[in-house]
Design a protein around this ligand. Sequence first.
Ligand code: HEM
Length: 530
Amino acid sequence: MSVILISTGLFFAYVIFRAYFTGPRLPKGLAIIGAKKGDWFPFWQATWRNSFNVAGGVMQAYKEYKDKAVIMPVMGLGAATLIMLPQSDSSFISDQDPRVLNLREVIIDGLHYRYTLSDKYVLTHPLHKKLITTTLTNQVGPLLPELADETIVGFESQWGNDTDTFREISVWDTVGRVIGSATNRVFVGLPCCRDPKLLDGGYAYARSLPVSATLLGWVWEPARPLMAPLITLQTRMYERHFAQVLLPEIERRLREYDTADKSKKKKNDFLQWSIEQAKESGDPEMWKPRTLASRILLMNMVSIHTSSLTFTNVLLDLVSSKPEYIEELRTEVATMLNETGGVWTKATLAKLVKLDSVFRESARLNTSVAVGLRRKIIAPEGITTPSGVHVPYGNVVAVPSFAVLTDEKIYPDADKFVPFRFVDQRREINTGDRPKDHTDSSRLSFYATSINYLAFGNGRQACPGRFFAASELKLMLAYILMNFDLEMLNVRPKGKWIGVLRTPATGASIRVRKKKNPLAQFSSFSFDEE
Ligand code: HEM
């Protein structure tokens, strides 16, 4: 008993110390979400309450402080003392230069990458972002056949080929596997993308990183360099496993780059583009095999988990909705594929507006981005927002996106899964009285960002991988619809909160059966359209 009391006392003392004596200077005169009148140590009590009720805190910020900033302290993963700005400041945040309001610093601090990633060069030289925005996005079309191939192989291995009986599968685990190899097909190509050691390493790294990061978050900052080697031991072991598969491939490609006939056809994947980018930069640090391996690991981190969360939610939403919705989607996909002979092009994907709407609706309803547009203020003078608050250097600002996405005035029937919500809205835009240039219907597609839809963030630092992610995930769902029967669920499995992030029910399973006759041919070759 006394051990529990002493531990609790020490814990409280530590939280109070952190809240009051460390961290950036907070803006003056703001209310604190979660604090109650007459509270002892209101800041601490608010932190405690908010951490167990992030949704409630976000809703309170949105409803009670509509035009004002408030402070929302939260513990746990991705947590910080957030300066929650009103929704009306969203465009201002979106438009800011990353040298003023910075997303990457939030990610690096939140996941403690300075300790959890052994090669720091990729953090200080984030050139992969440029490759995602330019080459990866441009290559989505030509890479579709490879994605299709990996989708077929992945689902056959994870969901099986049995056409007689239904089989129970864990959605999160199997989907994560397929997305892991499909994404790595584009990042590192065959055969590495199917190497279990690489996939397991990347997956285990992604799973252990939040644990290490949360533990590190509790260590007093000056003591972190001392404690980090111990706390991050497991994370760094998985990083090593990942690198062990990749390093020989990177070294082989570097040798080939230096000696090969430049006219010979090169591999078309992210690793190859990174090698070329590194060599063109003239900076030898950039093409160190370890740096290149860390860059690919970082790419795995930013892409595979987010995509798996999104896809798990879509599947759970569909099998918990109505069979008619699934049939309507099947008809849309089959009609399109029958027209193209099963061949995937970017144009084919763009025409699947119902499929697209399902993704946007699911991302709206289940967004993991409950607290959106998180940005660290790195301008030394701080910022003054349009809502009139001055926020000093070092603070993290955010907006209550979870509350916006569930606001009845913006999304009628906001708490319902309305799969074709955006098909109807797109149709209205195309046929209504509103002038066409008022808003273009493609602005309601899955990857299109806006201040009222922050599943991919918004503005200058919005997710650069969203065009790739949208194509990859739509292709996968199309494959499932053509090739598998899905048993419906009576109740949608509930997700949970981890820090400020919302996740689907990762333990949920569904029952699936391979179709005897696929509804349409699904090819992994293309007529090159680009
Ligand atoms: C459905 C899947 C995905 C979701 C839901 C998602 C979501 C997000 C969100 C919400 C942000 C923060 C944006 C902001 O605050 O404005 C972000 C940033 C980022 N995403 Fe994604 N993402 C996905 C897939 C991907 C993929 C496939 C890649 C890479 C190929 C990627 C690369 C990145 C990077 C590099 C950043 C950081 C941008 C920066 O440092 O400025 N994401 N993503």
